[in-house]
Design a protein around this ligand. Structure first.
Ligand code: FRU
Length: 489
């Protein structure tokens, strides 16, 4: 959906309440509205921003264009929660109404300092020729949750050697200094990450580029995030411009990480292993992490992608955030688990255990549109086994293990309304051993599948008819035993 440039930059306070109410009516009439994911009241949501824990609550912000499902003038929208499950819509946090963010309050992050939350973000501006000029900006949230922007930006030029694509600072504290990684495009049109530092969050210094082993890896790295976990240094980022390679890099843009030694801030160096995609599904981008008071590293991503149209667009809204996941390190890789708090959503429970052979079976109580399903398999000699869900007469979404290829496959060829079909309708990845567990969270228009206790995750939007609610277990070319538990949500 393309909008005229002038329309994309209309501010919410220039629109009448009547028009907003009509937009919200249209949004609420959509049968694909989610039930347990963070989604916008109207318009478009993209990156999660400023995830933090402050005064006993989790605060999570996101990129928001209120007036329609397009990437127009971006605001920061504020949600908060005491339990990571029930989120309260607080409202607009940052308005793009200053000289340094006139064309969008773009992505950024949060850190607590002196009893307040400092939000470091990119102010996007455009000049009379519509050329971008990014500023790095600070807004401060006090204990009453009042958010005030500084009067001036804290870094208002792009360092030599980089283009105007210089944005998305992710801040952390190390000793008595603050550091931030920031996404950048070099003037030779390759992506990288730069390092900023500050003694007080108000005066920022450009330290230089972070030296990684990925010299030419896409044309831009968006939304970097650096953290340490189990004595490893991890740099998460969303590179744009990678060509597909076998099963890898199938989406328009990627999101993943490199892991290795802790960052060397003096030398501005990160020694690391290969780039690994964080998610194997169709819709996952711009993940953002925080560490909570219990020491958990939590991650939330945008369940969507830039430059792709989605079926809910006609209803005036697009996208949602993923469920919060806890990260850990397993076998040299990041492992992701849905946070246990989500169990509070569990209602009616259904259970089944069976052995199936060359067949597809439905079970009483196993159907639905919004649910959690945990299925443990004891693989026998089946060549393929898995689950069809949100299935009906002509529709189904399939997750299966192909024992011949040793791969797990998510197939949304028949999932309902098509999304980004130019990028294919199957996603797969290799699994060491076999698939012994699928843990799925199905909402009205999405699925998140944690494979083998978080070894791999497939995150995807799906847009089936509400009547497509069957769950079918199947095995082909042999048998598999399984036990499954389902909770309605
Ligand atoms: C990633 C991104 C960021 C930018 C934001 C604007 O999806 O393009 O780089 O800050 O979205 O909404």
């Amino acid at each position: 959906m393309e909008l005229l440039r002038e329309k994309k930059y209309i501010r919410i306070d220039q629109v009448s309440q009547k028009d907003i109410d009509m937009l919200i009516l249209k949004v609420n009439s959509c049968s694909w509205r989610q039930t347990f994911h963070i989604q916008p009241v109207s318009g478009l949501l993209n990156d999660p921003n400023g995830f933090c824990f402050y005064n006993g609550e989790y605060h999570l912000f996101y990129q928001w264009h209120p007036l329609g499902p397009v990437h127009g003038l971006k605001y920061w929208y504020h949600t908060k929660s005491t339990d990571l499950v029930n989120w309260e819509n607080v409202g607009i946090a940052i308005q793009p109404d200053d000289y340094f963010d006139s064309h969008g309050a773009y992505s950024g992050s949060a850190v607590e300092h002196d009893g307040k939350i400092y939000l470091l973000y990119t102010g996007n501006t455009r000049d009379e020729n519509f050329e971008r000029h990014p500023h790095q900006c600070i807004a401060i949230m006090d204990a009453q949750e009042k958010i005030t922007k500084l009067e001036k930006s804290v870094l208002d030029n792009v360092p030599a050697g980089y283009t105007e694509h210089f944005r998305d600072p992710k801040v952390w504290k190390e000793g008595d200094r603050f550091y931030a990684v920031i996404g950048a495009q070099r003037t030779d049109k390759t992506g990288g990450v730069c390092l900023l530092s500050s003694p007080n969050l108000l005066d920022w210094k450009f330290e230089g580029e972070l030296d990684t082993e990925l010299d030419s890896f896409g044309f831009m790295w968006e939304c970097p995030d650096y953290f340490e976990i189990e004595n490893q240094g991890v740099l998460v980022f969303s590179p744009q411009g990678l060509e597909p390679e076998g099963d890898l890099y199938q989406n328009i843009y990627q999101a993943g990480y490199v892991m290795g030694k802790k960052i060397d801030l003096q030398r501005k160096e990160l020694v690391h292993g290969n780039f690994i995609e964080l998610d194997r599904g169709f819709d996952f981008y711009a993940p953002h992490t925080m560490v909570d008071p219990t020491g958990r590293r939590l991650m939330v991503g945008w369940m969507g992608l830039p430059e792709i149209e989605y079926p809910s667009d006609i209803n005036g809204w697009a996208h949602c955030l993923t469920l919060p996941r806890e990260l850990s390190v397993k076998d040299g890789k990041l492992n992701q688990k849905p946070v246990p708090e989500l169990q509070a959503l569990r209602k009616e429970k259904g259970e089944v255990a069976d052995r199936i052979k060359d067949e597809k079976k439905l079970y009483d109580g196993f159907a639905g549109v919004t649910y959690e399903l945990e299925c443990e398999f004891e693989p026998g000699d089946a060549l393929e086994y898995g689950i069809e869900f949100r299935a009906g007469e002509d529709e189904k979404t399939v997750i299966k293990y192909d024992a011949v290829q040793g791969k797990i496959i998510l197939d949304r060829t028949l999932s309902g309304e098509m999304i980004g079909s130019a990028y294919g309708t199957e996603r797969k990845c290799r699994i060491e051993g076999n698939v012994y567990k699928l843990h799925m969270f199905v909402d009205s228009s999405s699925v998140e599948i944690f494979v083998n206790d978080g070894e791999e995750v497939f995150t995807s939007r799906i847009f089936p008819d509400r009547k497509s609610n069957e769950i079918r277990f199947f095995a082909t070319g042999g048998s598999v035993a399984f036990k499954a538990v389902k909770w309605d949500y």
